[in-house]
Design a protein around this ligand. Sequence first.
Ligand SMILES: NC(=O)c1ccc[n+]([C@@H]2O[C@H](COP(=O)([O-])OP(=O)(O)OC[C@H]3O[C@@H](n4cnc5c(N)ncnc54)[C@H](O)[C@@H]3O)[C@@H](O)[C@H]2O)c1
Length: 271
Amino acid sequence: MAHGLLKGKRGIITGALNDQSIAWKVAELAHAEGAQIVLTNAPVAMRMGEINKLAEAIKAPIIPADATNDADLEKLFTGSMEHFGGKADFVLHSIGMSPNVRKGRTYDDLNYEWYKQTLDISAMSFHRMLQAAAKTDAISDWGSVVALSYIAAQRVFPGYGDMADAKALLESIGRSWGYHLGIKKKIRVNTVSQSPTMTTAGSGIKGFGGFYGFAQEMSPLGNAPAQDCANYCITLFSDLTRYVTMQNLFHDGGFSSSGVTPQVMDKFTVE
Ligand SMILES: NC(=O)c1ccc[n+]([C@@H]2O[C@H](COP(=O)([O-])OP(=O)(O)OC[C@H]3O[C@@H](n4cnc5c(N)ncnc54)[C@H](O)[C@@H]3O)[C@@H](O)[C@H]2O)c1
C-alpha cells in the first residue's frame, strides 16, 4: 500500500541489475510512493538488458555511468537535471564488487591491483558520486543520500575479504560528506547496514549460505529481506527523517546487538 511518501520528489538510483537487486526494489517502491526516477548502472551491466524492464515499468530513463569514472558521473547528474527539469531530492548508492572475492583471493593473499578496484568501485565511487553532485549542484536542499553497507565494516567475517575494508571506507565517506553537504545544503547522508541478502553481489561471496544462515539464527527478527530494506530506504528519502544524518543505520533484524541466541547455543550444547 503506497502512502505518497515521495510525492513530487525526484531521485537517482544506481545498482539495479536484476529483480533481486536491492536497488531494483527501492526503485519500484520509490515510484509507487510518487517519485520520478533516473536509473543508472555500469555500461557492462546494461548489456545484460534486465534494467530495461524496470525502466519501462517505472517510466524512468537510464543514464549509463561507470561509478569509477568522474566524467560519467558528471554526465549522470547534469543529464538527470535536464530530465527532471531541476535537482534530485534523493540518491541511492547501491554498488559493490570485489575482483578478489570473485576470483577467490583470500584476505591474506590479495591481488593489490584488484584491491584498488574493490575500493574504487565499492567505496571511492561514493565519494566520486557526491563530489560530482556537489560540483554540478545536482541535489536539492534537504535532499537525502543513502549508501548500502554491511556489518563486516565493524566485525570480521573472513569470507567477505577486502569488501570489509571497502565498507569501512564507504561508511566513513558517508559521515564526512554528511558533514560537508549538511553545512552547505542541509543534505543528509547515511549508510544502511543490511542483513545478508540473496542477490548477485551477495551470492558471489564464498560460503554465503553460511553467512546467511548464521545471521538468520542470530537475529531476533531474522534476516531483513530486500523488500524491507527498500521500505527503510524510502523512509530515509522521505521528509519524515529530515534530521537523521551521518549515521550508519543497521537494518538487520537485531543481528548487530545480539550476543548469542538459543538456536545458535543449541548447536554447541551437549546434554
Ligand atoms: N546482498 C547482500 O548480502 C548485501 C548485504 C549488505 C549490503 N549489500 C550492498 O548492497 C549493495 C547492492 O548490492 P546487491 O546485493 O543488491 O547486489 P547487485 O549485484 O544486484 O548490485 C550490485 C550493483 O553494483 C553495480 N556495479 C558494479 N560495478 C559498478 C561500476 N563500476 N559502476 C556502476 N555500478 C557498478 C552492478 O552492476 C550491480 O547493479 C552493494 O553495495 C552491496 O555491497 C548487499
